[in-house]
Design a protein around this ligand. Sequence first.
Ligand code: FES
Length: 265
Amino acid sequence: MMTALVLATAAAGLLALAFWWIRRSHMAAYVVAAPRELRSMPACDVGQQLLMASATEAPTAADTPGGAGPQAGGAPARRQKRRGPTRRQFLRNMQGIAFLGTITGFAVASLTFLWPDLRGGFGARLSAGSEEELLGYIRTNREPFEFPAGRTYFVEYQADLDREGQYDQLTDGGQARVMALYWRCVHLGCKVPWCQSSQWLECPCHGSRYNRWGEWQGGPAPRGLDRFQVEVVNGEVFVDTGQLITGPSRQTPALDQPPEGPTCT
Ligand code: FES
């Protein structure tokens, strides 16, 4: 999002610069050709004088019907050699620049939204560190390991408690000892905090509750928390945040975990 903002600002800056340059060169053509007394006037007076002068100026050869020029139009028209773009060219240029700016901004915003951040941000396959360290943190603090880069909670996964093998696919065939939960509530997207006393995840927005494996236990959420696939390579945990796996239905909790104390919401 930040990248999109920076690019959009840069595009707006370039657009403003182009506008300034074209406007400057356009005005310079008139000022250079203006009589000496006009050059010393304030800019707004000069503009007014030039407008009045152009309104009363005799038609040029190109404007004269038949293209005969001075010979057909009476008094010879005073020609001024323009050094910048004409008004029509200026307007065309501006239209083109505005169109390109809009298309570029739209394309940049779309790509930023759709493209996974390959530099290691959310949307990529991320390393979360050593599995032993994650487990150590979870067991010592009795809370999930928060992994902000992946917007993920890592919770301990015990394959023997998952009798149906519901989360086999998500945990490297049941080999991983951690499971990755996306921390957004599946009701309306609030971040779901951990409740230390109940050992559940409890959403403060509308009261949805999930057990420590992110399975629905109450409230308006339509299912359990969504999650990501985890893989453990040489003891290092990788989480694929590019593919969100829909959470389990309300009817199929694998973990039997009543609240272990007072709830927080
Ligand atoms: S957003 Fe969590 S319960 Fe509504």
